[in-house]
Ligand binder design. Structure first.
Ligand code: ATP
Ligand code: FE2
Length: 332
């Protein structure tokens, strides 16, 4: 097949990003800017979308410059259609439509969550992994069944990253707390493991019992031992559902995606688990675990080659803030 180049635009939440990739897996550029909310103030979608509108063209021009390309060299334009914050999503949709019309290029809207999975397959050559998607708000076990990704287990309350951030805040650390706890974990005397609430229901997880109890006993133990036991318990729960999912699905690969994939403690536990179960473990580089335009370009290019040779009709490029992972047909 001749060379095809896709330009992908991301703006589901705090990041506005533009990435460019070709169908030989060459990463041509990946530029982004992130909205930083003030301490103690949550993400206000409208304010974030203004930030994205203000910076979208700068990021786009920078991505084209880094790739040494002009818009005329691009074969297809993709954007994150959802899930995400509606005002933010509208920025990449508007920019993608404008570029598509102005330069007469095919346009493709893609599912953001699937883009995190697919980039891992592109970069690491994983074939059919069970996916542990673990970020701030999400904790899910995902498996491809026939031609769709299906969520087969998940948290019933908070995401594991938010769990770490919340406990770290009570210990006096700033946001994000996950990386701080991940350092403290390795300073503990592991023989002093503290038994903490552990809640797995079939394929689903509950973290709030662990959080509430750990906060109650926060002053009763040395910090290192408590942090070690807290994280170890949360990850053990995650591994229990992973183990069950592997025996259901018979998959031989595991891939971790989302911000918590940066955790050295999780990596240590997963490496032992993978060895014991003869499973291949894939942890993509952090630049693609966090939000960015490259992952959107990668998935857009796959859809272009396999599903939409002429792109989507403009009427099908509406944003979908509740876009579900299992709505997308994956036929490659
Ligand atoms: P989403 O809204 O999709 O859940 P997010 O922006 O909240 O995304 P990510 O950026 O994917 O989440 O991940 C951020 C989370 O990852 C934070 O909760 C942070 O504490 C956690 N995290 C980052 N690095 C580490 C680490 N080394 N160990 C543990 N947790 C980590
Ligand atoms: Fe993301």
């Amino acid at each position: 097949m001749s060379k095809k180049i896709c330009l992908g635009i991301e703006s589901t939440a705090h990041t506005i990003g533009v990435g460019i990739i070709d169908n030989f897996g060459n990463i041509l550029s990946n530029e982004k800017m992130q909205f930083i909310s003030k301490e103690g103030v949550g993400l206000k979608p409208f304010d974030v979308s203004i930030f994205h509108y203000d910076n979208a063209i700068t990021v786009l021009e920078s991505a084209l410059r880094k790739a040494k390309l002009k818009m005329k060299d691009i074969d297809v334009i993709s954007f994150s259609q959802g899930p995400g914050l509606a005002p933010c999503l509208s920025v990449s949709a508007t920019l993608a439509r404008t570029l598509s019309i102005k330069y007469n290029k095919p346009i493709i809207g893609v599912n953001h969550c699937i883009s995190h999975i697919e980039i891992g397959k592109t970069l690491l050559k994983a074939k059919d992994p069970l996916i542990i998607y673990t970020s701030g708000a999400n904790t899910q076990i995902i498996a491809k069944d026939e031609n769709r990704y299906k969520i087969i287990g998940e948290t019933l309350d908070i995401g594991i990253g938010n769990l770490f951030d919340s406990f770290a805040r009570d210990l006096g650390y700033g946001f994000p707390g996950g990386p701080v706890l991940d350092e403290i974990y390795f300073k503990a005397d592991r023989s002093k493991y503290i038994e903490l609430p552990y809640s797995v229901k079939g394929m689903d997880l509950n973290f709030s019992g662990l959080l509430t109890h750990s906060k109650k006993i926060i002053n009763n133990y040395p910090k290192e031992e408590l942090v070690y036991s807290f994280m170890h318990t949360a990850y053990a729960m995650l591994l229990e559902v992973t183990d069950r999912a592997l025996s259901y699905t018979k998959k031989k690969e595991v891939m971790v995606i989302g911000g918590v994939a940066a955790s050295k403690a999780l990596k240590e536990m997963l490496e032992i688990f993978a060895k014991q179960n003869k499973i291949k473990l894939f942890i993509p580089p952090m630049v693609v675990c966090v939000d960015n335009g490259l992952i959107i370009a990668d998935l857009g290019l796959k859809h272009y080659i396999h599903n939409y040779k002429n792109g989507m009709k403009l009427k099908d490029t509406k944003i979908n803030s509740k876009f579900r992972t299992d709505q997308v047909i994956i036929n490659w």
